[in-house]
Ligand binder design. Structure first.
Ligand SMILES: [Fe+2]
Length: 188
């Protein structure tokens, strides 16, 4: 009975956090992320029945610029540390890790944006738009957690959205950009 109640609690949290994400998505009108969120819902179901899913290094695509790989690895460690804080239901640590993730993501994204601008990367605005949307979403999640103090919702966000977004973004936008930047600097 207790296990059923726990699952029910997690499902309610998942639904709540996804309603929040959907409202952010509606605001930003990001179809790409809408699809990712649906993939995320499936991952949440897997999470509930099979346990936690951390990001592993082999899930991170290596891009053509080593400094970007270092930033991605740091991001992965931060997300996993947030996951650990959620697992231990340490409210202060969850809030700290969320804020640290937001701060580090801002630094990481602005470094990428600087590199793109310097190289005159043609997809700059699309890529920056995705960064801005992600930061906007993370800020909403922090606000939500501050008001509700619900670790299960953060678990749902990590499993259902943050992990898949991070892996997908590196695999597609970052990899493409790094290849362009590397070939650009070789030609220069
Ligand atoms: Fe990026």
């Amino acid at each position: 009975m207790r296990i059923i109640l726990n699952y029910f609690g997690e499902l309610v949290s998942c639904i709540r956090i996804h309603l929040l994400i959907f409202s952010v998505l509606f605001y930003s009108r990001s179809l790409n992320l809408f699809i990712l969120t649906n993939i995320g819902i499936i991952r949440i179901i897997i999470y509930i029945f099979k346990g936690q899913l951390l990001i592993t290094q082999d899930q991170l695509t290596m891009v053509a610029i080593p400094s970007m790989n270092d930033m991605h690895l740091e991001e992965m460690l931060l997300i996993n540390a947030l996951h650990e804080a959620v697992k231990s239901r340490d409210f202060k640590s969850i809030k700290d890790k969320l804020e640290e993730l937001l701060k580090e993501s801002k630094i990481h994204f602005s470094k990428e944006e600087e590199m793109m601008e310097e190289a005159g990367y043609p997809e700059f605005f699309t890529h920056k738009g995705e960064h801005d949307r992600q930061l906007h979403e993370l800020a909403h999640i922090i606000k939500y957690f501050t008001e509700r103090q619900d670790p299960q919702a953060i678990a749902a966000y990590i499993e259902g959205n943050l992990n898949s977004w991070t892996i997908h973004h590196i695999q597609t936008m970052d990899a493409e950009m790094a290849t362009f930047l590397q070939s650009h600097s070789t030609k220069a």
